[in-house]
Design a protein around this ligand. Structure first.
Ligand code: ADP
Ligand code: ZN
Length: 433
């Protein structure tokens, strides 16, 4: 059950004592980096003044913009000669940011990933196919090292090449794969073309899915289509990458490893802390990083802490599914909408296929939202009446969720372009203000 039993089962009190000790050390080391040297001096704070975890709130936040301004070495807290690796975020929302690691950083990161995989049920006898891009993106090397350390045979496939992925799964008996959730649904079309049933003709039993927001409904579809446990993996380059938070088999939230990170959820506008059960911005402080410690990093990801404790016995708190990034929020007709809300509604209909796209336009002064949705081939075969009935149902359900009436277009399976990386769910054609 446990990779690191002592740490995973640490009672809350001891976990917090450990956090405080590690926070002091982190702040001491961070002060070597030009950015924090200045920021701490401006705040008049040193590690010696940290008497309790509440004192964390006296420390400044770090934003993505700070990372960009500090590019490339403003956050480096050790001598360059100690750095053994760099990664850069994929730049989904702007200029890339760089993160450095010492050898110890890589080892600790690796161990966190092993811990996650082990918790999900991966064992040395498994065969692990890593279908994420290698290189600067952390999902490749991060999972690779963690799986190897666990003793698993790793197939470093990288992204794409769908037919070959499937052939390898069969030839080498892949039991665990790491894959982007939207791509895992897309890949079903290739399985279909090849006449291979993922539930019967492969040995897959666990899919590690993460790197992009996905609803519980999408997880359900993946689990059913593949006959697996689709485990939710959350991470971001700034915090290493994968290995930050992971689901346990109880499927009731993703445990964030609090021996390695301090978790805060804040109101993104007021930056005040929010109680468990309320959705806000995830703010993280690294506790075990040498090359590039980050203090109160504003991830822009939105989630809540699940109230209560998990039956697995781990005191490390659980995050809910990520709702998206604060900058994923769309303002349409004055209403705030997250793409994931649309996804939840769509994926609840079994006649809806596995891909969709939200298109925003402006007609005169008025916003218009069109949701383009692939339907299943069996619905198509039933003809126009069935399609119209479904369209009506979807419009009504979407209106209930997002509080205005979108246009809905139903299209044939495969008509909406889908890549192998993080899915693009929104095309905004509205003129920039
Ligand atoms: P970029 O920020 O350029 O996309 P990263 O590869 O570091 O680069 O991506 C990390 C981000 O991906 C997270 O901040 C979050 O928005 C998203 N993400 C990662 N894992 C998940 C997950 N399991 N659920 C939802 N979103 C996720
Ligand atoms: Zn648990």
């Amino acid at each position: 059950m446990f990779w690191d039993k002592e740490i995973e089962l640490l009672p809350r009190e001891d976990l917090e004592a450990l956090q405080l000790a590690r926070l002091k050390k982190t702040v001491e080391v961070a002060a070597n980096a030009p950015h924090y040297r200045k920021a701490f001096a401006d705040n008049g704070i040193t590690h010696e003044q940290l008497g309790s975890l509440d004192d964390l709130r006296r420390l400044p936040f770090t934003t993505k913009q700070d990372l960009r301004s500090g590019f490339p070495d403003g956050f480096l807290a050790v001598d360059r000669s100690e750095v053994v690796r760099m990664h850069a975020s994929s730049g989904t929302t702007g200029t890339a940011t760089v993160v450095y690691h010492t050898l110890k950083d890589v080892e600790r990161w690796t161990d966190l990933v092993s811990r996650c995989l082990y918790m999900a049920g991966v064992r040395a006898s498994d065969v692990f196919q890593n279908m994420m891009s290698y290189g600067l993106f952390t999902g490749g090397l991060g999972l690779h090292y963690g799986a190897e350390k666990l003793g698993v045979m790793v197939i470093p496939m990288g992204i794409g090449n769908s037919k070959r992925q499937i052939t390898f799964m069969q030839q080498f008996g892949t039991t665990v794969a790491h894959i982007i959730p939207s791509y895992s649904l897309k890949l079903l079309e290739t399985f279909d073309e090849m006449g291979i049933d993922p539930t019967k003709d492969t040995g897959l039993r666990i899919l590690v899915v993460g790197a992009e927001p996905h609803s519980e409904e999408v997880r359900g579809r993946i689990e059913e289509a593949y006959g697996v446990f689709a485990v939710n993996s959350y991470g971001l380059s700034e915090m290493n990458g994968p290995g930050v938070a992971f689901e346990c088999p109880h499927k009731s939230g993703i445990h964030l490893w609090e021996d390695s990170y301090i978790l805060e959820i804040v109101n993104p506008e007021t930056l005040e802390p929010l109680p468990d059960g309320e959705i806000g911005e995830i703010v993280l402080t690294t506790l075990r990083r040498e090359a590039m410690p980050l203090i109160r990093y504003r991830t822009r990801d939105l989630a809540m802490v699940m109230p209560g404790t998990c039956s697995c016995g781990r005191a490390h708190r659980r995050l809910s599914r990520i709702k998206g990034r604060s900058d994923d929020m769309l303002i349409v007709k004055g209403v705030n909408v997250y793409p994931i809300q649309v996804e939840q509604v769509l994926m609840g209909f079994e006649e809806v296929g596995n891909n969709y796209l939200i298109v925003l336009d402006r007609q005169g002064p008025v916003d218009e939202m069109t949701v383009r949705i692939e339907v299943t081939s069996s619905l198509l075969a039933q003809g126009l009446e069935g399609l119209e009935a479904l369209r009506g149902k979807i419009i009504r359900s979407l209106r209930e969720e997002i509080l205005f009436t979108p246009k809905v277009e139903l299209v044939e399976p495969g008509l909406i372009p889908a890549g192998e990386g993080k899915a693009v769910r929104v095309v905004d054609n509205r003129p920039k203000e």
